[in-house]
Design a protein around this ligand. Structure first.
Ligand code: NAD
Length: 421
């Protein structure tokens, strides 16, 4: 059973309150950051393949743009709500600040199931939403990227739609309106795997500090989309074997370890792990009690509540997803002595490489994958160290430390610029 009465935005607010104390945040800064700057709701019509017109509800929340343009993904999922998007948008503000990116935070989404529409419908939904967003996005104002249910194809459609809305003379200069584009359309090498790659760099730092040899370790992964599949794939190269996986269709177990590459190809072809031949079907409960060294939640928020946290038999949780642990689950993991590498730190490789893409677009450059990875590795290592040091000095969890480091950076700018007028 899923924990009830979960309020994602409230959960993030509570972290903000705790981190504000740890970071000695002035109360006016905490007050400003407690709510997003702008909340946009757009109901827009789309003609479906059968000729019917369906109304869709889209959101874009712009949390803060003190450090730079609003930045954050677009989610397509039936459970998207305004409050969830607010929570995710604020987390983008913390991630950008923690990673020292010249960005603020934003997030958007459309409430629908992208797997239940045709590709042509998906394209029309994306283009109509982008058109409706109009001047509320822009390469120097608000820059969307992929999130759950969206990918580089979605970004290509968004970029193309946006570039057709500006004058011909500007078309080439607005490529940076979205990041996570396909490489041929102005994307960067290394972006597709960036979130997972960043998680792995973070994990390597943690492993180094804790004399935890990754070679020969086992992992369970919830969500086998972009973040989950690349995490399994990259860690396989470091000797970590993925013994259980799950997605929206169910869970599979293979004590020998899944071939992450083959499973990724299978999911790309069929849309899910359902029916994959090299694994035994298990229940969600069995998945959460599978003994392993690492658990990488890479699906939705609010997946690890009381029952899941009690069941988990792992040594470390690395949050690929945003908000996968609810506060009850988190407390139980803490009491069990299972450390958590929190979302705001662990999955910030995505926005970091999005920034590299944006810089390349501005400069009309294309960097090699090695260059991207090298920069990302440095950025993740530095952020990990800052968070680990803060956590040790102030005796707070990594999550509160990650928020606090970010808040400190934002507060410094508010103090310099002061409040208009
Ligand atoms: P995705 O759409 O590529 O994959 C999502 C996966 O979650 C799929 O395997 C899906 O089947 C699974 N899933 C959906 N509902 C589920 C459920 N009820 N139970 C179990 N599994 C379920 O999305 P993604 O881009 O990999 O994003 C996954 C998570 O990572 C999200 O929380 C997202 O916000 C976060 N994230 C993504 C990025 C990025 O760059 N894509 C960056 C940072 C954080």
């Amino acid at each position: 059973m899923m924990p009830k009465e979960y309020d994602f935005f409230r959960v993030v607010q509570d972290y903000l309150d705790k981190a504000a104390v740890a970071a000695n945040l002035e109360s006016y800064v905490a007050t400003i950051l407690s709510q997003p700057k702008n909340e946009l709701i757009i109901n827009f019509p789309v003609k479906m393949d059968n000729g019917e017109v369906r109304l869709f509800k889209g959101y874009r929340v712009q949390h803060n743009n003190l450090l730079g343009p609003f930045k954050g993904g677009i989610r397509y999922h039936p459970s998207v709500t305004l409050d969830d998007v607010k929570a995710l948008a604020s987390m983008m503000t913390w991630k950008s600040a923690l990673m020292r990116l010249p960005y603020g935070g934003g997030k958007g989404g459309i409430k629908f199931d992208p797997t239940a529409v045709s590709k042509a419908e998906l394209q029309r939904i994306t283009r109509r939403f982008t058109h409706a967003l109009g001047e509320n996005i822009g390469p120097e104002y608000d820059i969307p990227a992929p999130d759950m249910g969206t990918n580089s194809q979605t970004m290509a459609w968004m970029m193309d739609t946006y570039s057709n809305m500006v004058g011909s003379a500007q078309k080439q200069s607005v490529k940076g309106v979205v990041t996570g584009k396909p490489v041929a359309s102005g994307g960067t090498l290394g972006r597709t795997k960036a979130t997972a790659q960043g998680m792995v760099y973070c994990l390597i730092e943690w492993a180094r500090e804790h004399n935890f040899d990754l070679e020969g370790k086992t992992m369970i992964v919830q969500g086998f989309g972009n973040v989950g599949s690349y995490t399994a794939l990259i860690l396989a190269k470091l000797g970590v074997s993925t013994v259980a996986v799950g997605d929206h269709t169910g869970y599979l177990y293979n004590p020998e370890g899944f071939n992450a590459h083959k499973l990724q190809e299978y999911v790309a072809k069929t849309g899910s792990i359902a029916g994959y031949p090299n694994g035994k079907t298990i229940t969600r409960d069995e998945f959460f009690s599978t003994k392993a060294d690492i658990f990488a939640p890479c699906a939705l928020e609010n997946q690890i509540g009381e029952a899941e946290a009690k069941a988990l038999d792992v040594k470390l949780v690395v949050e690929g997803a945003n908000g996968p642990c609810n506060p009850v689950g988190e407390k139980i993991l803490e009491d069990k002595g299972i450390p958590i590498l929190p979302d705001v730190l662990a999955n910030s490789g995505g926005v970091t490489v999005s920034y590299y893409e944006w810089v390349q677009n501005k400069r009309s450059e294309s960097w090699s994958e090695e260059e991207v990875d090298e920069k990302l590795e440095k950025a993740m290592k530095r952020a990990y160290k800052e968070v680990a040091d803060f956590s040790r000095t102030k005796k707070v969890t990594f999550r509160i430390a990650a928020y606090a480091v970010a808040l400190g950076r934002i507060q410094a700018v508010y103090k310099e610029r002061e409040i208009f007028p």
